[in-house]
Design a protein around this ligand. Structure first.
Ligand code: PXP
Length: 236
């Protein structure tokens, strides 16, 4: 199973000061040098973290694969067609949400999704659809022409350690099996952390996990000791 790292939170931190650090391009390089198989960034409609110039820079610097998360927005589609990332992951997007809430309703917007991804597929970009782990969404996704689904693991992650954990986990396992039987490749992500990630190994054939928040959060603490010591050395 491969690990894709979502670096959006690095850009969130940078934007809090409005300067250049921490630079998501450097973050992507560190992730790649330490085993990330791909780098994910979400170019949101409101550009709250990753900005257009970050995506253009990442296109030039990434040595693995760039996975561009995007909503069904024409201006972002235009950028994707211009930079041609290795893959895009289509997600739903609401302006007020803190992070992506829920999967894309492919079943309810079948024509729109199919039409939207067509030029991207024709341009040779791999298309993944971020969906909730339900039979209805998996079956709809399989008919769109997309090669991948990314199963939304948010409900499983939230239920981890509670009486609902198994129920949410089985939804993921069953959906992955169904998707694979319909010819789709299966990724997963959202809310995964250093504890709940363990059970992903129980799902046969998962290709890649996309993880952001818990890795960047962990990095703050694993890097803090060195950062303080180094500054102290300089001051002394
Ligand atoms: N996959 C998708 C489609 C997402 O939208 C996100 C969040 O941006 C992630 C994975 C990563 O989620 P998290 O930051 O909770 O690890």
């Amino acid at each position: 199973m491969l690990l894709g790292v979502n670096i959006d939170h690095v850009a969130t931190l940078r934007n809090a000061r409005g300067g250049w650090e921490p630079d998501p391009v450097i973050a992507a390089d560190i992730c790649e040098k330490n085993g990330a198989s791909s780098i994910t960034t979400h170019l949101r409609e409101d550009r709250r973290h990753i900005k257009d110039e970050d995506v253009y820079a990442l296109t030039k610097t990434i040595n693995t694969r760039l996975n561009l998360e995007m909503a069904m927005a024409e201006d972002i589609q235009k950028i994707a067609l211009e930079i041609k990332p290795y893959s895009i992951c289509l997600v739903p997007e609401k302006r007020q949400e803190v992070t992506t809430e829920g999967g894309l309703d492919v079943a309810g917007q079948f024509e729109q999704v199919t039409d939207f991804i067509k030029p991207l597929l024709e341009a040779g970009i791999i298309v993944s659809l971020f969906i909730d782990p339900t039979e209805q969404q998996v079956k709809a996704a399989a008919k769109t022409g997309a090669q991948f689904i990314e199963m939304h693991t948010g409900s499983y992650s939230e239920a981890f350690g509670t009486e609902n954990e198994n129920c949410e986990f089985l939804k993921l396992k069953d959906s992955a099996k169904l998707a694979q039987s319909l010819g789709l490749k299966v990724n997963a992500g959202h809310g995964l952390n250093y504890v709940n990630v363990q059970r992903m190994h129980e799902i046969p054939g998962l290709v890649e996990l996309n993880i952001g928040h818990s890795i960047i959060s962990r990095a703050v603490f694993t890097g803090l000791a060195e950062a303080v010591s180094h500054m102290n050395e300089l001051i002394k």
